[in-house]
Design a protein around this ligand. Structure first.
Ligand code: SAM
Length: 209
């Protein structure tokens, strides 16, 4: 397997030593796109939030700093990611402000109507069945709750060569903003908005329950 394929496979489900290096690197390299994405919505201090596909755990930490009187949950189907993001957020886990669980996105271990916001940073490319996963996220959101997708890569002419190399190398899907909007609307999300930074290939897509 070539280096790019290995990297995409690790992005899909980080594990072991290589996965740990990648999770640490993603904590750094996803910081800027996550900052921009977080400017597209607001977080009230008492919010209950879920970060899906939490990887190395930095986004959970940033969100929990803002939801200072609420609670932030993280899930990831990689047991190693659960361990690493738990270590990253250890202090706030002890204080009860953060909880991280091993779970796949299509079977969330939460009751209906529980979250004010669900975030998904750099992860929807790898989800098995978007329609099913979006439906499951909608179930767990409160009425008018927000589902926020933040991606560093979307299908565009400007980045076509690079992005086609990614999809050829590994099991990932890259979407246009219009495609993600359509899938959210098909899952009955309302007021769906998309924002992009064309020059960086960044995309933030938000839908409301
Ligand atoms: C590229 S990493 C991004 C990690 C983190 N969100 C970040 O921005 O650094 C994708 C993450 O999504 C997780 N993931 C992928 N598919 C998943 C699924 N079906 N259910 C839960 N987690 C998933 C992976 O294990 C991995 O931690």
């Amino acid at each position: 397997m070539d280096e790019l394929s290995q990297q995409i496979n690790q992005c899909k489900k980080p594990s072991g030593e290589q996965g740990k290096l990648l999770a640490d690197r993603m904590n750094e390299s996803h910081y800027a796109v996550t900052s921009w994405g977080m400017e597209q919505f607001s977080i009230a201090p008492d919010s209950i939030i879920l970060d899906v596909g939490c990887g190395g755990g930095r986004t959970i930490h940033r969100i929990a700093a803002m939801a200072s009187k609420g609670k932030v949950f993280g899930i990831d189907y990689s047991p190693d990611c659960v361990a690493w993001s738990s270590a990253y957020n250890a202090e706030w886990i002890r204080e009860g402000r953060v909880e991280i669980l091993q779970s796949a996105v299509n079977e969330l271990p939460f009751e209906d109507n529980y979250f004010d916001i669900v975030t998904a940073v750099e992860t929807v490319y790898f989800w098995p069945d978007l329609a099913e996963c979006f439906k499951e996220i909608k179930r767990a959101l409160k009425p008018a709750g927000k589902f926020v997708i933040i991606n560093e890569v979307y299908k565009s002419e400007l980045f076509r060569e690079r992005n086609e190399a990614y999809t050829a190398a590994g099991d990932m899907q890259i979407f246009t903003p219009e495609e993600l909007k359509k899938y959210l609307e098909e899952a009955q999300f309302k007021n769906v908005t998309t924002a992009v930074v064309e020059a960086k290939n960044w995309l933030c897509c938000i839908g409301e329950k």
